[in-house]
Design a protein around this ligand. Structure first.
Ligand code: HEM
Length: 643
């Protein structure tokens, strides 16, 4: 997988600008989506580059994307993990890793099967009244915030409140509270779901764009979880906000799940959920939780998962696995739909002719709330949304990993076999595909008509438009999102047309690129903060690169190096699970047995001592390991001072 000479034989062009250790990561610093677009224009629909130590194959060729996502799905079953080591026993990491989006193997299949009924046609039709109710509240809020067109306001934020309410009511049968002061709640340790989800996305985007996340790819795999932990603590307040977010979502999910269980048992239904010891948040999150008396509706996602069976174990899902789906649905369902709507509103505000045609279509259908059966009467509104999703896909890239141990072979257009070894990461460059001149006429123009002109549709490749991904692992909520955004757009334009605020007219739409693509708005991150985060991660990365050089010769090989990091991770996790923090020196107050820490350190020392290569390797390498060890220490101290 990681031999560069092998990749030269695999039939994909390698991107220029390879730098040892970094690969081509530095080329992505201005935005992964636009760099993929530039590369695709120059090198075609399939190429690869080195994201640090990982070779990444990028596809914009729709035929190859189809082969990966559909034809050979069994060989590309999972998404790559963001942090490599899968065996962490940290309760917070387990809660994050159990979600549908990142789950793997048979466990993913069990989850997907259990959650599918929530998104079936009949279920979807039953959600339309809820979409309408939330859209009515949106209209009221727009009316109030805009003061009849006199005052500029943040429409993206209001759309986010609406999509959050929709997820709460449809997936959990609970009215999520989206008002209230986020900062105050956060400071008081009071759960606030909107603040929590914002923190999750801010952390996902890793402060300045995607760049810092990419630097993680430079680290040895075994060092990733530790550096990940250190990094989140070091970047001003990020760890605190993330901890608040996880505790908010998980404590809420836990309360709702327990209620759903009691209800199911009272109805005489069997519950297969396996109880574990997984809670870590302080009591205030349970005591002050505004949802502690909420009752999830029968048939909600939590209710269905209580009876699901994990295909991998043959038992029911554990409580942490069930609660984790709340995290996934809230995060995946709230942000993407709000962004899609905001982009559509932006495009319509900058294209008055399209807006006029939309308003004419809506007016022709009357001022009533659209029912599920009415939605087909708004083809132009649907085209406006699709065209915005094409130009600004909220999920600008999605990914797969070659999971089959013997790899996978794709067929290029001329029949040449393209072999991908086990573990290869494959990216579908959705932004680049949606803006490709090869597949779209006038690709940069906002022209909703292209989705209505039958000739144009027929001439297009069926996989040229994939804002929701493709194949068995495509977005589970895609029809849900389509209906939700359509209802919201209709209801909004029944009452208003929206214009850009003055300050927005003078600049192109700023984009924030992280896990998702969102409108940047007027708020800019402070450059000083960005610089600091970037420097911090660069220092950690440098330290971790030097660490193996310093350690390996003494311990005679990477096996011990691996075990060393594993031990350090285990100690870290033990402290975390007990509610402490290694960085702030709270280890002693957490109840963690200091003996465990000493034992782990002794294991490492034993491993080091027992290696016959110790003296000879040190002698052979002269001063290099010592120098590397000193450099590692220097980088870590510099990073600590900066933090
Ligand atoms: C406009 C809105 C949305 C967009 C653009 C979007 C886009 C995507 C994309 C591109 C993927 C990856 C698909 C792939 O890899 O092939 C995905 C996955 C996913 N989405 Fe969405 N999504 C949206 C709304 C929603 C909503 C409303 C929900 C939930 C109610 C949702 C839940 C999920 C989940 C759970 C996954 C992971 C599926 C799996 O791995 O099995 N999404 N989404």
């Amino acid at each position: 997988l990681r031999l560069r000479t092998r990749w030269q034989l695999r039939g994909f062009p390698c991107m220029p600008g390879y730098v040892p250790v970094f690969g081509q990561v530095l080329a992505l610093r201005k935005g992964i989506h636009t760099q993929y677009e530039r590369w695709a224009r120059q090198y075609g629909g399939a190429f690869y580059f080195w994201m640090g130590k990982n070779p990444v194959v990028v596809l914009t060729d729709p035929d190859l994307i189809r082969q990966v996502a559909v034809k050979h799905f069994a060989r590309f079953h999972d998404r790559p993990s963001f942090v490599s080591v899968p065996s962490s026993n940290n309760k917070r990491m387990v809660a994050i890793r159990s979600g549908l989006l990142v789950s793997r193997g048979g466990y993913w299949g069990s989850l997907r099967a259990a959650m599918n009924p929530l998104f079936h046609t009949a279920a979807l039709a039953s959600y339309v009244p809820t979409f309408n109710e939330s859209a009515s509240r949106l209209v009221e809020r727009v009316e109030e915030a805009g003061k009849g067109g006199e005052q500029p306001f943040d429409v993206h934020a209001l759309l986010g409140r609406m999509t959050m309410e929709v997820i709460g009511r449809t997936a959990f049968g609970v009215d999520f509270i989206t008002g209230g002061c986020e900062e105050e709640d956060q400071a008081a340790g009071r759960p606030n779901l909107v603040a929590a989800v914002k923190a999750i996305f801010a952390a996902g985007a890793f402060a300045p764009g995607f760049g810092i996340g990419l630097l993680f790819r430079l680290l040895p795999a075994c060092a990733e979880p530790l550096v990940f932990n250190i990094f989140f603590r070091a970047v001003g307040g990020l760890a605190k906000r993330l901890e608040y977010a996880r505790s908010t979502v998980m404590s809420t999910a836990d309360l709702l799940m327990q209620r759903a269980k009691r209800q199911a048992l009272a109805r005489g239904e069997a519950v297969t959920m396996v109880e574990t010891d997984w809670r870590w948040w302080p009591d205030t999150f349970t005591e002050n939780n505004p949802y502690k008396d909420a009752v999830p509706a029968a048939g909600s996602v939590l209710d269905m998962l209580l009876r699901a069976i994990n295909k991998e174990t043959g038992h029911g899902l554990t409580d942490v696995q069930i609660a984790s789906q709340a995290n996934t649905l809230i995060a995946a369902g709230y942000e993407t739909s709000a962004n899609a709507l905001a982009f559509a509103v932006y495009c319509l505000a900058t294209h008055p002719e399209a807006e006029a045609r939309l308003v004419a279509e809506i007016n022709a259908c009357g001022a009533q709330e659209p029912s599920a059966a009415d939605l087909h009467r708004f083809p132009y509104a649907e085209a406006c949304l699709n065209e915005a999703l094409r130009l600004y896909p909220p999920a600008h890239v999605t990914n797969r990993e070659v999971t089959a141990v013997d790899g996978a072979t794709l067929a290029a257009a001329d029949g040449t076999p393209l072999h991908l070894p086990h573990g290869t990461w494959v990216h579908f460059a959705i932004w680049a595909l949606h803006r490709s001149e090869q597949h779209w006429r006038q690709p940069l123009a906002y022209r909703p008509e292209r989705f209505l002109d039958e000739e144009e549709v027929a001439a297009r490749h069926p996989t040229a438009f994939i804002p929701f991904g493709l194949g068995p692992r495509m977005c589970i909520g895609f029809r849900f999102a389509q209906q939700e955004t359509l209802v919201a757009l209709i209801r909004l334009y029944q009452r208003f047309t929206l214009r850009l605020a003055d300050r927005q007219q003078q600049q192109p739409l700023p984009l924030r690129v992280g896990i998702t693509l969102s409108p940047g708005g007027a708020k800019r991150r402070c450059r000083h903060h960005e610089m600091k985060s970037f420097l911090l991660c660069a220092l950690f990365a440098a330290a971790m690169i030097f660490a193996p050089v310093g350690v390996c010769p003494y311990v005679d090989g990477a096996v011990i190096h691996w075990s060393f990091w594993q031990q350090v991770n285990n100690v870290w996790d033990a402290v975390e699970n007990a509610g402490g923090s290694v960085l702030s020196g709270e280890i002693c107050d957490t109840g963690v047995d200091v003996g465990d820490v000493v034992e782990a350190a002794a294991d490492v020392a034993d491993a080091l001592d027992g290696r016959p290569g110790l003296t000879s390797a040190a002698g052979r390498h002269g001063t290099t390991p010592a120098l590397a060890a000193v450099l590692t220490l220097a980088f870590l101290i510099a990073a600590a001072l900066l933090a």
